[in-house]
Design a protein around this ligand. Structure first.
Ligand SMILES: Cc1cc2nc3c(=O)[nH]c(=O)nc-3n(C[C@H](O)[C@H](O)[C@H](O)COP(=O)(O)OP(=O)(O)OC[C@H]3O[C@@H](n4cnc5c(N)ncnc54)[C@H](O)[C@@H]3O)c2cc1C
Length: 276
């Protein structure tokens, strides 16, 4: 059965009574289905009114769950969102960016999901809705629980990603390393969001790293150490990244990944400072 509701209440009723698969762009769901065994029961959320809207004001931002990466890349958002826009352009290819959605990336809960570090830096929360419990807001850091595990209940849908107001003059940047430059899974990725005073010293730093632990994470100790430093003096070493636990695999050793992240942090901070 294929359900394609246009109204959120109808979608939530289907989700409550449903035993199937929620699908947005399908770019994670369909490739992971065993050949010839597509889900019998599909709830397609892409037609639900309001889920494809991006709203931004001084009170904060709201990105609908079914907003695609292409929409984000083209959106008129302030420089604090540049890291997210750069990440959007790294998700697969243009075809994947046209279909793949922000909520699909978060719900798939891959350690290498390109959208997560920038959203962690933005202090994003995931808005979820169900008929039983209404709307709840879950900080992104508490939404992705582990590899392929989220806090979403079976009767819930993600309706939006919300972002609190961003301090003025904060810029951001995203760095991704893959085994080639295009259409590739991340070996490491880093998002930085910073502000500087007129002496070039950092007044705020938010750093998040993906693909180096089961769940992408902020690095609060490093962030605290960076505040007050001049941009020109910033040096980051693997010893600053003790919170990370990258794997050793064919795409890179643990030590290699930590070396790369240290360089990505330095580069992303400098790039972020330039666009703030
Ligand atoms: C060739 C290829 C290249 C790729 N490259 C990258 C890459 O470079 N970087 C990267 O991060 N990802 C990549 N991906 C993965 C994928 O494109 C992204 O994760 C994308 O954002 C998923 O969005 P989607 O809408 O297609 O998700 P779907 O496949 O529709 O859904 C993914 C998961 O989210 C759930 N879901 C979706 N929407 C909702 C909702 N509103 N409420 C509740 N649950 C929901 C689904 O049930 C499913 O569990 C690639 C995929 C392919 C096929």
């Amino acid at each position: 059965m294929y359900h394609a509701p246009s109204d959120l209440n109808e979608a939530l009723e289907i989700a409550r009574d449903f035993g199937g698969t929620v699908v947005a762009g399908g770019t994670d769901v369909f490739p992971s289905a065993k050949q010839g065994h597509l889900p019998d029961n599909i709830l397609d959320v892409t037609g639900v009114a309001g889920l494809k809207d991006i709203e931004h004001s001084s009170d904060g931002s709201r990105i609908g769950a079914a907003v695609t990466w292409s929409q984000i890349a083209k959106s008129a958002l302030p420089p604090a969102f540049d890291a997210l826009k750069q990440a959007a352009l790294e998700v697969g290819s243009v075809q994947i960016q046209n279909a793949g959605t922000i909520a699909g990336n978060l719900c798939n809960a891959s350690p290498a999901a390109d959208g997560v570090p920038s959203l962690l830096a933005l202090n994003a929360a995931v808005e979820v809705a169900s008929l039983a419990r209404g709307v709840r807001l879950i900080p992104l850091s508490e939404f992705v629980l582990g590899v392929r595990r989220t806090a979403l209940q079976s009767d819930e849908l993600v309706t939006a990603i919300t972002i609190p107001p961003v301090p003025p003059h904060m810029g951001s940047a995203f760095e991704k390393l893959g085994s080639r430059s295009y259409l590739v899974i991340s070996i490491t990725m880093t998002a930085a969001m910073v502000s500087c005073d007129d002496q070039g010293r950092l007044t705020e730093a938010r750093i998040a790293v993906g693909a180096c632990s089961p769940v992408a994470q902020r690095l609060p100790e490093l962030e605290a150490r960076l505040v007050g430093q001049r941009l020109t003096d910033i040096r980051i070493a693997p010893s600053d990244l003790a919170a990370l636990s990258p794997i050793d695999d064919v795409r890179g050793s643990k030590d290699y990944r930590l070396d790369v992240v240290a360089k990505q942090c330095e580069r992303a901070i400098k790039r972020a400072a330039q666009n703030g």
